[in-house]
Design a protein around this ligand. Structure first.
Ligand code: NAP
Ligand code: FE
Length: 359
């Protein structure tokens, strides 16, 4: 993982020398409010002024960013001749910045071509998370909504940020709902990266440390006790999940969850979180599952179910026929299925939707 990672507090100020190394003029990529509400934007503005650097702001990134938004940001970056980008926010602005970095370095590329497999160049990028969930600051992925195809897709070339400034103080005012939804996303990354075809002793280091952290984090999430070390541990767990999926990729719950976000507007963390328990119940390697549960401090999947049920409340009324169509379309998703280390039948895939959503 080529990203240089800094973890702590006051990082924009402490690590201000990194920006100069990347150029003179940056495109800041943010959502509507969070970059400012978290304080990260103002810290950057101050440091850029002090260092004599320029920036332009693109603050139009919506949740689950669309290709149209990427194109708008690229137009601004091109016009302003930026040298590098700073993505500030949750996964949406960080992912959007990665896709923009790719298009800005490849002016001849049609925006729809960013999904083609390749190793294209990209402008350097600094990622500053303000949620603890996606781990996008340490991954090469950028998940973009493509309306033409009615789905969310990952870009085809890896775009790792040059630097990740993981400053957990920017998550201190994260609303309760976003805190929980994004925490569930981080947990699903740990699960899907751990129970994965590509898992190795090395990647297990990240997964297992992440599960040990969740042992304490689940309790605090349920009690809504976000004080003390909660924000630090939560960002660490999220980043470890990101590092693990950077190596291994996600698998079935993420692949099946995209449709729940696209068609039913479910927040990303919940879309895979709601499917996780049923996914774990079809997992056949019980030894591996037990290791995970042991690190989480849980006696069995029933205990995990209780925790997830108290964090996730999803009420979607999706007809069984539609779930059958979604399951059948997912059964053709080789990218996600190849990461799943066991055989799984189309009945089991449909079963995951039905057991999770038709209780
Ligand atoms: P998000 O879509 O980036 O943000 C969700 C909401 O939280 C927005 O309303 C945002 O406000 C708000 N918010 C963010 N930080 C805040 C703060 N510090 N204080 C107050 N509000 C704050 O949520 P996310 O769950 O982090 O990202 C989800 C996206 O990441 C999805 O598109 C998903 O597919 C993608 N993802 C990527 C990876 C990867 O490896 N690249 C992995 C998993 C998921 P603003 O609109 O004002 O910013
Ligand atoms: Fe995710």
């Amino acid at each position: 993982m080529p990203t240089k990672v800094f973890f702590g507090e006051n990082l924009i100020e402490e690590k201000k020398d990194i920006f100069k190394k990347l150029g003179k003029r940056a495109l800041f990529v943010t959502g509507k409010n969070s970059a400012k509400a978290s304080g990260a934007y103002y810290d950057l503005e101050r440091v850029f002024r002090k260092e004599g650097l320029d920036f332009v702001l693109f603050d139009g990134v919506e949740e689950n960013p669309s290709l149209e938004t990427i194109v708008k940001g690229v137009a601004l970056g091109k016009k302003e001749r930026v040298d590098f980008l700073v993505g500030i926010g949750g996964g949406s602005p960080m992912d959007a910045a990665k896709a923009m970095a790719l298009l800005l370095a490849n002016p001849g590329l049609d925006p729809r071509e960013i999904f083609l497999p390749g190793e294209l160049d990209f402008l350097p990028l600094v990622a500053i998370p303000t949620t603890s969930g996606t781990g996008s600051e340490v991954t090469q992925y950028s998940i973009i909504t493509v309306d033409e195809e009615k789905t969310k897709k990952n870009i085809g070339s890896p775009v790792f940020p040059s630097y990740a400034l993981a400053d957990y103080s920017y998550t201190s005012k994260l609303p309760k709902e976003v805190t929980i939804n994004t925490a569930v996303d981080a947990f699903t990354h740990l699960v899907e990266g751990y129970l994965n075809t590509n898992a190795s002793e090395l990647s297990d280091i990240y997964g297992e440390k992440g599960f040990s952290l969740f042992r304490g984090l689940f309790k605090k999430l349920i009690e809504e006790d976000f004080e003390g070390d909660f924000r630090r541990d939560m960002m660490l767990a999220s980043m470890l999940g990101g590092m693990q999926i950077a190596q291994n990729g996600t698998s079935i719950p993420h692949g099946m969850g995209y449709a729940l976000t696209y068609f039913y507007g479910l927040p990303h963390g919940l879309s895979s979180g709601v499917l996780t328990l049923a996914f774990l119940r079809v997992f056949k390697d019980k030894k591996r599952l037990e290791k995970m549960l042991e690190l989480l401090g849980l006696g069995g999947l029933d205990e995990l179910e209780e925790i997830l049920n108290s964090l996730i409340r999803v009420e979607l009324d999706i007809p069984e026929k539609t779930l059958e169509e979604l399951a059948s379309s997912f059964s053709k998703n080789r990218e996600k299925l190849k990461n799943f280390p066991e055989e799984i039948s189309s009945e089991e895939i449909l079963g995951i939707y039905l057991k999770s959503l038709k209780k």
